[in-house]
Design a binder for this molecule. Structure first.
Ligand code: URA
Length: 427
């Protein structure tokens, strides 16, 4: 099967057969297709689209390009969670120990910070000693011992995605919904949990800001997973303001611990609970909001976090008294007028955090885990001129950056917050 013929057909908007899609994936995996050919395929697919069948074939091919852990054969009620990412989105960190403390095991292979969003793996690695390198055997052992396993994606999982993702980045084809679906799902299905719950973000800080697109991605993820024998459900949740009270790497660990101790920010608690309940529904596990509240109030959820983190190498002394130092230069960001907080430019906040060193502009860049943002006002809150809307913690003083960050907050006469849960796509 000639790459040239396949490219010609996709360029003309024709449907590719399963064998043709499999040939593209083979070319990406064994190097028999060059970057120019794969780039041309990606552009043709992004412009012409892939239908449901082609998306299933691409996902299957990428999934089968690497190792598959198939964990549900050993832990049928295992759930997994994936977020499309945002600023302050630390839900994965408290969610797994919380549901595990209620009897529902959860495993995740998490990602790195990139672009304006921060990754769970980089946040977790700020915990002294914590080791995210897991293989299948160790993951099963952790699930047996504490019901939680959090690792970082291994090179053996969906290697075709690694090559295609890098080329998508270079060819402006990242935002194609079928390509996103195949990329995300191939990795999730390789872990092979009993169910995956997706948190697809919407709003200006989301990877896909438009609600219609976020909803479509959520539906495509759920449908494609179903066609490949995986169970999935999705929530579309708000990212038109950062989630919770803090953004930054170390502070998001502390905020997650606060949630597990019953001191969580209401929006963060709500999204965490909703995802927990959806994960439980997907694997037919009886779980109520009351169970989650009780797990927190009794201390079981926090204890489970400690047990899990210690098993993955975290310092027990640190877990007993977790502390982190914030970057030392404090810059208060003040309201310039009285009114209601009407808009937050979340994407620009994320980019400014990266500029300050608190994110990763390139895959190999180091992160300053102490660079942080503490948020005091939420959309729709009444504020007075001169009130502190947020406080930025920088490594070095930078007035320009602080002004740029302050400009991300807009105060108007009247404003309200959008719903936290914008849509639901059940299995
Ligand atoms: N995350 C992924 O893993 N792949 C995408 O294409 C987008 C987000």
């Amino acid at each position: 099967m000639l790459p040239y013929r396949i490219l010609e057909r996709k360029r003309a908007g024709m449907r590719l057969s399963s064998a043709e899609v499999a040939e593209v994936v083979r070319g990406a995996s064994d190097g028999s297709w060059g970057d120019a050919q794969l780039g041309a395929f990606l552009m043709a697919a992004a412009i012409r689209g892939l239908d449901a069948e082609e998306t299933v074939d691409l996902t299957r091919g990428m999934l089968e390009s690497g190792t598959r852990w198939g964990l549900k054969s050993e832990v049928p009620s295992l759930s997994d969670k994936h977020s499309t990412g945002g600023v302050g989105d630390k839900v994965s960190i408290p969610l797994a120990p919380l549901v595990a403390s209620c009897g529902l095991p959860m495993a995740m292979l998490t990602g790195r910070s990139l672009g304006h969003t921060s990754g769970t793996a980089d946040k977790l690695e700020t915990i002294p000693g914590l080791d995210l390198h897991l293989d299948r055997r160790r993951t099963l052992e952790l699930l047996e011992l504490c019901g939680v396993a959090s690792g970082i994606a291994t090179p053996g999982i969906a290697p075709a995605d690694r090559r295609l993702y890098a080329l998508r980045d270079a060819t402006a084809t990242v935002s194609s919904l079928p390509l996103i679906t195949a990329s995300i799902l191939s990795k999730k299905l390789a872990l092979g949990a009993g169910a995956v719950v997706f948190d697809v973000k919407t709003g200006n800080g989301a990877f896909l800001p438009e609600l219609s697109e976020a909803r479509e991605l959520a539906a495509m993820l759920v449908r494609t997973a179903d066609r490949l024998g995986g169970k999935a459900g999705a929530l579309v949740t708000d990212m038109s303001q950062p989630l919770g009270r803090w953004a930054g790497h170390t502070v998001e660990i502390l905020e997650s611990i606060e949630l597990l101790e019953g001191r969580g920010a209401p929006d963060l608690v709500e999204v965490t609970f909703e995802l927990a309940l959806e994960a439980a529904r997907l694997v037919d596990f009886a779980l109520t909001r009351g169970d989650l509240e009780e797990a927190i109030a009794s201390g079981r959820a926090r204890e489970r976090f400690d047990r899990w983190a210690a098993l993955q190498g975290a310092s027990t002394a640190w877990l007993r008294a977790p502390t982190f130092s914030l970057a030392p230069v404090e810059k208060p960001l003040l309201a310039e007028r009285s009114g209601s907080l009407a808009a937050v430019d979340v994407r620009q906040i994320g980019l400014s955090m990266v500029e300050a060193g608190g994110g990763r502009p390139r895959p190999e860049a180091e992160i300053d885990a102490g660079v942080s943002l503490h948020l005091f006002a939420r959309l729709g809150d009444r504020v007075e001129r001169g009130d502190e809307l947020a406080r930025l913690y920088l490594r070095q003083d930078d007035e320009r950056l602080a002004r740029q960050m302050a400009a991300c907050f807009t105060v108007a006469d009247e404003a309200s917050a959008p719903p936290l849960i914008a849509a639901r796509v059940p299995a």
